[in-house]
Ligand binder design. Structure first.
Ligand code: HEC
Length: 160
């Protein structure tokens, strides 16, 4: 009797994992069906932008009321603290992305929207730099942005 229960339990475990496999295979198939909405965008920097950023910043990065235009982002890289600031804003840090994904999406945004304002010799972000930035979060994004705007004015860096 005891053994019977064990055998039954083992059979259930096997059946369960087979069922889980079937479910994941089925999901995989439905996701990859031609013409079906794909979850693949997370694998590319552009996809990360579309999924996690464009809702507020717009597909073209032009922003909206209270959402800054991304075309001027290169100007931050000319300011003390600006390089950290643009990866520490809440929309970036709270997007649920890994350090490597944040580096990728930020590099993509800079290369695609801000190429006109990037300083010469600009060096892309990497995951290690994002990890360091995470260790000292922004406490007041508005105050930090204001102080960068003041710095920009005093240094004739055009920033709105
Ligand atoms: C919920 C809306 C929202 C989402 C989603 C969002 N942002 Fe933002 N973003 C803002 C707002 C608003 C600001 C202005 C600063 C602030 O108030 O946080 C901003 C500021 C920024 C800045 C600094 C630019 C500046 O001029 O201050 C960068 C860089 C940025 N966002 C990048 C991103 C990226 C990359 C993503 C996706 C991973 C993203 N944001 C997602 C709303 C959003």
């Amino acid at each position: 009797m005891r053994r019977g229960v064990l055998v039954l339990a083992a059979a259930l475990v096997l059946a369960g994992s087979a069922a889980a496999e079937t479910v994941s295979m089925t999901l995989g198939r439905s996701v990859n069906r031609p013409g079906a909405p794909s979850v693949a965008p997370t694998s590319s920097a552009r996809g990360l932008f579309v999924l996690h950023c464009s809702g507020c910043h717009g597909r073209d990065g032009a922003g909206a009321i209270d959402v800054p235009d991304m075309h001027q982002l290169g100007q931050f890289l000319r300011l003390d603290g600006g390089r950290e600031f643009i990866v520490k804003v809440p929309g970036v840090m709270n997007a649920g992305l890994s350090d490597a994904q944040i580096a990728d999406v930020t590099n993509w945004v800079l290369a695609n929207f801000a190429q006109q304002t990037l300083p010469a010799g600009h060096r892309p972000y990497d995951a290690a730099e994002i990890a360091r930035a995470r260790q000292a979060p922004l406490v007041d994004v508005e105050a930090a942005r204001k102080s960068l705007l003041a710095q920009a004015r005093s240094r004739n860096v055009e920033l709105r």
